[in-house]
Design a protein around this ligand. Structure first.
Ligand code: NOJ
Length: 755
């Protein structure tokens, strides 16, 4: 239709004319806009969950509405053992990790590629990929540094992205109830606050890379012996105040988008079908919003597991494939429960960023990984003993330095099992195998000998393997300093039979200490070990499994380029007899398991349905046990020396739930970092008459410098769990607040009343 002009339009100025001409040239614009709007209108209503501006909950809900029953089921189980079992089919899109969940391309829901990544990414060698080996998680915990934990997680997350994964399996938060547990190196020690804080920050680091993070093995998977059958007994109060508290803190700090339930039973029910731990505690009380996946073949039923709170079966679909479909159809599992399971998986995909920012493959940066791993290692190494300040060593010395044992000429040890990372160039002690082999210790090519040589260029370095005690003693006798490296290789699937170092290494240290006054012992262990020779050696360093930067980190500490600052995250007992269980429950020569059925070699058998009664320790895990039992540990929880000295003063605390303040001064000659610790003992009415860690701070101090430190105790740590009201309670009364350098080296204390 034409509109007639009633009046003659005013003549256009050149500017108007120009504009008019331009608009005329845009005659196609309305058409384009219409077309774009149509396309947009077609797309938006159809896939509104792809709108990144919407909250993850809403996106998950919208996506769920668009899914068929088959698609929902597809999201709640894996596709089989895949690369873990030779000859098993590998699903298209599978990235070579431990697990795989098929996505739904028509809805833009990506596949989930899961990689074991407790201390770095597992199984990289198959694809010629590089993965950084970080120090063990227990070593990380020895840093007492939440920033180091975040860094640790970000290395894992970064490299997962680079390798094409979007989900990490790691975040071990089980408490060290059993110091001989084969997987202690994957966990963060014996204290719930320390373990939860470190693991929570590790998960934050992982998830900062748009990767779904995980916490495991939920819960009480505190020994490997009989792990598939063992029934852990523990009263509710002790559960909440120990291992579950560590998980709670990790969940509250890290907001992991996945949690793996463990193999064992808890008070009768399998962990993956335990409605108290999964539904009541994890999902309800902790407010966990992600999905629960089973450990590999840790699903034992369909209906019971689904109703108890398990959301995903791994690695296959024996229970959550067809049987779940039937259970939904026959009404034993309500459709709303299946919806919840699938929606939780969708939520984790949206909330992590895995949908909007899928991983982009590129070559892992090994230099950055090395730098980060070494930094963490340097904070993690604990100087346990330093008689007459034998350390740090003098860089100008020109006599013989004897280096003995543990392949220190070629590398550092790593932990085994599903936490095993492949060493670049192959195992430093046997490079013929391509990738790591289950059951065989792997050394990483970071040779302490090489870095010690760089530090002491005028010294004459000589190496002895330690296999021959006489040869080791002969070398030590003529050396100025003897550095003995000792190891304890630990792995998933097998606990240590005792706290003693294996392979007669106690004999090796004795042989050296007999002839050398300057014997320095460097430990590479999965966890605490006994040291009957400790009074006879000058210095002892615990380096855990120190990771790919381990060799240089050890040399930096030995020669004082780095001042040691790590503190023990677990008690080192003098002997097995001092532990709650002098013998690992159920462990005999013939028992053990081979970690994963996939790798069973048939030489060991699981004990039949054993029971371990943790009520014996109850809430008194680790240092709390030693204090109440009046047992003197070899090295206490929180212990760790420095090359400088710190003094504590001016403690103030008005009320136990408020800030504790005090001063620390560096009174020595070197800059250093002190991990200042605050412990509280609750009023007698609590019935818990032991000190518990309630806070700490890592403080850097220049020589002579003084700093005021303020630490506000974590309220959960000042409370007891009241089973009757199912809640945490602060006991009124007088609290004893102690501050110091270790649980057995408390410098200041004050009584503070809570009305
Ligand atoms: C069994 C282990 O217990 C678990 O930690 C691991 O993630 C899975 N296997 C997959 O490898």
């Amino acid at each position: 239709m034409y509109i007639t002009q009633e009046t003659e339009p005013a003549p256009l100025s050149p500017r108007h004319f120009h504009w008019r001409r331009s608009w005329e040239r845009l005659y196609w614009l309305p058409g384009l806009l219409l077309f774009a709007a149509t396309v947009h209108a077609q797309q938006r209503p159809a896939q509104p969950w792809m709108d990144p501006a919407l909250p993850a909950e809403q996106r998950a809900h919208l996506a769920l509405q668009a899914m068929t029953l088959d698609e929902k089921l597809q999201l709640v189980h894996g596709t089989g053992w895949g690369v873990l079992r030779d000859g098993d089919p590998i699903a298209p899109g599978h990235n070579g990790g431990a697990g795989f969940v098929q996505g739904i391309p028509r809805l833009h829901i990506p596949d989930i590629n899961l990689a074991d990544s407790a201390v770095g990414i597992r199984m990289a060698a198959r694809e010629s990929r590089y993965a950084t080996l970080l120090p063990s998680v227990l070593g990380l915990s020895a840093t007492w540094d939440p920033d180091a934990a975040y860094l640790y997680g970000s290395v894992i997350g970064r490299e997962l992205r680079d390798q094409g994964y979007n989900m990490s399996i790691g975040g071990g938060a089980d408490l060290m109830r059993e110091p001989r547990n084969g997987r202690n190196f994957e966990y963060a020690g014996e204290d719930p606050l320390l373990a939860g804080t470190e693991v929570g920050n590790l998960i934050r680091g992982v998830q900062s890379n748009q990767i779904i993070g995980d916490v495991k093995h939920y819960a009480f998977n505190d020994q490997e012996t009989g792990r598939n059958t063992i029934n852990v007994l523990l009263n509710q109060r002790a559960m909440r105040e120990t291992d579950l508290l560590a998980f709670q803190i990790a969940v509250e700090i890290g907001h992991p988008l996945a949690a793996m339930c463990s193999y064992n039973r808890i008070n009768g029910d399998y962990a993956c079908e335990n409605s108290y731990t999964l539904k009541d505690v994890l999902k309800h009380d902790f407010g966990f919003k992600g999905f629960v996946l089973s450990d590999w073949e840790g699903t034992h039923s369909t209906t019971k597991a689904a109703l108890a709170g398990l959301d995903m079966e791994q690695p296959g679909s024996d229970f959550f494939g067809k049987p779940l479909m039937q259970a939904v159809e026959n009404g034993s599992v309500p459709p709303s429960r299946l919806d919840d399971m699938a929606e939780r998986v969708l939520y984790s995909l949206f909330a992590s960023g895995a949908v909007d920012h899928p991983p982009m493959r590129r070559v892992v940066n090994p230099f950055l990984g090395l730098k980060d791993a070494q930094h963490i290692a340097e904070e993690s190494i604990v100087l346990l003993q330093n008689e007459k300040q034998v350390l740090p060593l003098n860089k100008n010395q020109n006599g013989i330095i004897a280096i003995i044992g543990s392949h220190a000429d070629v590398g550092v040890l790593s932990g085994g099992g599903s936490a095993q990372v492949d060493a670049p160039g192959g195992n430093a002690i046997d490079a013929r195998e391509g990738a790591a082999v289950w059951g065989k210790p792997v050394y990483f090519p970071s040779a302490p000998l090489q870095f010690i040589r760089e530090k002491a260029p005028h010294a004459n370095l000589q190496f002895e393997s330690g296999d021959n005690l006489q040869a080791a003693a002969t070398l030590a006798a003529k050396a100025d300093v003897a550095i003995v490296f000792v190891h304890q290789w630990m792995t998933e699937g097998q606990d240590a039979p005792s706290l003693s170092l294996p392979e007669n290494q106690d004999g090796l240290v004795e042989a050296v200490a007999n002839v050398s006054k300057k014997t320095i012992v460097v430990l590479e262990t999965g966890g605490p070990v006994s040291m009957p020779w400790s009074p006879r050696v000058a210095a002892i360093l615990e380096t855990w499994y120190p990771g790919i930067g381990g060799g240089e980190a050890i040399a930096n500490i030995l020669f004082g380029d780095v001042n040691p600052s790590g503190k023990l995250p677990a008690t080192f007992a003098r002997q097995d007899a001092d532990l709650p269980y002098p013998h690992v429950p159920g462990l005999t020569e013939a028992t053990g398991n081979n970690g994963m059925n996939a790798h069973a070699d048939g030489t060991k058998a699981e004990p039949e349905a054993a029971t371990v009664d943790y009520n014996l320790q109850g809430v008194k895990v680790g240092y709390k046990w030693f204090q109440t039992e009046h047992k003197q540990p070899l090295f206490a929880f929180g212990h760790g020396l420095s090359y400088t000295n710190f003094t504590y003063s001016d403690l103030q605390c008005g009320s136990p739930s408020q800030a504790v303040t005090f001063k620390i001064q560096n009174t020595g000659q070197l800059a250093g970092e002190e991990v200042a610790q605050v412990y509280a003992t609750l009023p007698a009415s609590s019935g818990e008459l032991f000190r518990r860690l309630v806070g700490w701070k890592r403080v850097a101090l220049a020589p002579g410098e003084t700093k005021m430190v303020t630490i506000t105790p974590n309220p959960a740590l000042l409370s007891v769990f009241d089973v009757k009201s199912d809640s945490w309670k602060l006991e009124p009364g007088v609290y004893r607040i102690e501050v110091g350098a270790a649980s057995d080296d408390l410098k200041l204390n004050v009584a503070a009343a809570l009305p």
